[in-house]
Design a binder for this molecule. Structure first.
Ligand code: KIV
Length: 283
């Protein structure tokens, strides 16, 4: 693992330190205590996970966003535990340092704490996930209680929780006005139930700042402004593969453009006979 490509020089830093073992939820708690910010990205396959792992990304999420970016659905609702387990196993195999969090998909945990435990246990046993994430606040506390008591680290997710897109009437900012108080109460309840971190998606920046200050567990923002302890993006968004990303996305690369250029060059050389050249051929 190259440490020269990392930004931080501290051996305890989450991004840039602690090579040689997996990041744990205790490391995330310690980073919050130190006031240290950290990055999280989604991953869905082994080779991409290896790149992110070697870059020092401390936490990878096998998001149910796979429904859209891997499977081509127009929401996160259709994917199942069976769809996500092979992706999670691939990300675990492709990484050696990152904490890998598996998203519990829609329908796999809402009905009962027992459903949540059965789904989470499959991700831990069959895929080797180190933690799970589920969406919702006080309504999923029984689920979080049972998972935590079974020794499964749980990441919460509040604000624009995409599995509830139909109830929200679209992908809209959440927590404006008085509903911000509800979100704050949900966040405190998740912390009290033993969640080790909470994602805040598409909420006003000042609300995210207040939640971050009020909690002793890390907050992970996506469209939640600059004050959260960590930031997460879907990797296809940050790399420029997503055609119409949300306002909160910053595009760090033009992967779609680069891939288009490369595949056209390959196709042109096949058609013209330039590829394969002698050095690509066996005698
Ligand atoms: O599924 C996902 O990718 C997520 C992140 C956007 C937080 O839940």
């Amino acid at each position: 693992m190259s440490s020269t490509s990392r930004n931080s020089s501290s051996p305890t830093a989450l991004y840039g330190g602690q090579a040689g073992r997996r990041v744990t939820v205790r490391d995330l708690a310690a980073a919050k205590d130190r006031g240290e910010k950290w990055p999280m990205v989604t991953a869905y396959d082994a080779m991409t996970a290896k790149v992110f792992d070697e870059a020092g990304i401390p936490v990878m999420l096998v998001g149910d966003s796979a429904a859209m970016v891997v499977y081509g659905y127009d929401s996160t609702l259709p994917v199942s535990v069976d769809d996500l387990i092979p992706l999670t196993a691939a990300v675990v195999r492709g990484s050696s340092r990152a904490l890998v969090v598996a998203d519990l998909p829609f329908g796999s945990y809402q009905a009962s704490p027992q459903d949540a435990l059965a789904s989470a246990a499959r991700f831990m046993k069959e895929a080797g996930a180190h933690a799970v994430k589920l969406e919702g606040g006080r309504r999923v506390l029984p689920q979080i209680d049972l998972l935590v008591s079974a020794g499964i680290p749980v990441m919460g997710h509040l604000g624009l929780t995409p599995q509830s897109v139909n109830a929200f009437g679209g992908y809209r900012v959440q927590g404006r006005g008085q509903s911000g108080d509800e979100l704050m109460a949900d966040a405190k309840a998740l912390e009290h139930a033993g969640a080790f971190a909470v994602v805040l998606e598409c909420v006003p920046a000042d609300l995210a700042a207040r939640v971050t200050a009020a909690l002793s567990i890390p907050t992970i923002g996506i469209g939640a402004g600059p004050s959260t302890d960590a930031q997460v993006l879907v990797w296809q968004d940050l790399m420029g593969l997503t055609p119409h990303p949300a306002k909160f996305v910053k595009k760090y690369f033009d992967l779609a453009g680069e891939m288009d250029h490369a595949v056209r060059a390959f196709a042109d050389e096949v058609v013209s006979g330039v590829f394969p050249a002698p050095e690509h051929s066996y005698s």
